[in-house]
Write a protein that binds this ligand. Structure first.
Ligand code: HEM
Length: 336
């Protein structure tokens, strides 16, 4: 695992870079990272002790090794084919650190990879193929539509109506909700796919840049709670289930790249690409141990590094563009 000294240096660097990135962002293009995190806090109140998103989580460790196809498709150190160590966080979506594990909503798989030479790469994925906002502004507007107006102590009806009109005009915003309504929550952190949702640009050994999205497919297969289990399972079963499973052997996921076809939207993470698009396995994530309790080495990590590795570069997806700086601001607020 990465040493605490290295983590705190990264934390400082992230905060500095977040400032630089915020200054470089045209105000008209998207909300700055402070505004984004303020919108979370407008709904939740100041968040200083935990993440404003996926606050409930379980920290684990393992390793990741690229397949030869992964090495061919990306020059990033993480895809060299050597074994990378991994700090892994499984999370439960929402804003409540005591959320129930049986609730409809996404589960998270966040990973910090560290190459043998010490290069870092981070990602945060969800158990749904799409996100709930097409732009950072839509995310902020959605949050603020639910926030209490300080003057009245209640949500502002005009804001709520404006956001409802936006949703009506942009029906793909509801795609994530539709997926979650049609698919019960996973029976285990180890039995759901986790999608990266945003489009990244993979720079291959041949110099070609290929847009792609990724999904981590569970090698144990997909298993979801039945309607009866959604009533009968306890609110905190997922962490213990994972510990028990790993005591019997590692939990594994295949990292699969999906490539777009003609006309697929590269920039809108509320729209999934059709199932029949070409896919290829680029690596294997192996989870080998789980922390005894909550927290642990995952706490000081935001799982969205600012300086993206060469070889896995950011597309122009506005949601992706907004994430890293907002995560850095959030990290600096909750880990003073
Ligand atoms: C504009 C878009 C987004 C914003 C502003 C945003 C913001 C945030 C923030 C502030 C955190 C907490 C960071 C921390 O304190 O460490 C977070 C965590 C998280 N987000 Fe996002 N997010 C966005 C999009 C997404 C998308 C598209 C995904 C799915 C791929 C996602 C998945 C997650 C997960 C899984 C976590 C928990 C990470 C962990 O385990 O620590 N987010 N997000």
């Amino acid at each position: 695992m990465t040493s605490p000294i290295r983590l705190s240096r990264l934390h400082v660097a992230a905060a500095v870079l977040a400032g630089a990135l915020a200054a470089a962002t045209p105000a008209s293009a998207q909300p700055d990272p402070e505004t984004i995190v303020n919108a979370f806090e407008a709904v939740l109140g100041p968040v200083r002790t935990h993440r404003p998103s996926h606050p409930k989580g379980t920290c684990a460790a393992g390793h990741f090794t690229a397949t030869p196809e992964g090495t061919r498709l990306s020059v990033a150190p993480v895809f060299s084919g050597q074994r990378n160590s991994a700090v892994i966080r499984f999370g439960v979506a929402g804003a409540n650190p005591n959320a129930s594990d049986t609730a409809r909503g996404t589960r998270g798989l966040s990973i910090r990879f560290e190459s043998p030479a010490g290069e870092l790469f981070e990602m945060a994925n969800i158990s749904a193929p799409v996100f709930g906002a097409p732009t950072p502004q839509a995310l902020v507007d959605g949050l603020l539509s639910r926030a209490n107006d300080p003057a009245t102590g209640r949500p502002n009806p005009e804001r709520a109506a404006a956001y409802a009109a936006f949703v009506a005009a942009n029906p793909s915003v509801a795609n994530q909700g539709r997926f979650l309504a049609a698919n019960n929550p996973p029976a285990s952190f180890a039995t759901t796919p986790y999608w990266g949702v945003n489009t990244f640009l993979f720079r291959g050994q041949d110099g070609q840049v290929r847009p792609a999205r990724w999904v981590f497919e569970p090698r144990a297969g997909v298993a979801r709670l039945t309607a009866e289990q959604m009533q009968s399972m306890g609110p905190n079963f997922l962490a213990d289930e994972l510990r028990g499973r790993i005591a019997a052997g590692p939990v594994e996921f295949d990292m699969v790249l999906q490539f777009p076809g003609q006309g697929d939207d590269l920039l809108n993470p509320t729209v999934a690409w059709p199932e029949d698009r070409p896919r290829t396995v680029v690596g294997r994530l192996v989870v080998t141990s789980v922390e005894a309790g909550p927290g642990g080495p995952c706490d000081p990590i935001s799982f969205m590094i600012l300086d993206q590795a060469p070889g896995i570069e950011m597309s122009d997806d506005p949601v992706l563009q907004a994430r890293a700086a907002a995560y850095a601001v959030s990290l600096s607020r909750r880990t003073p």
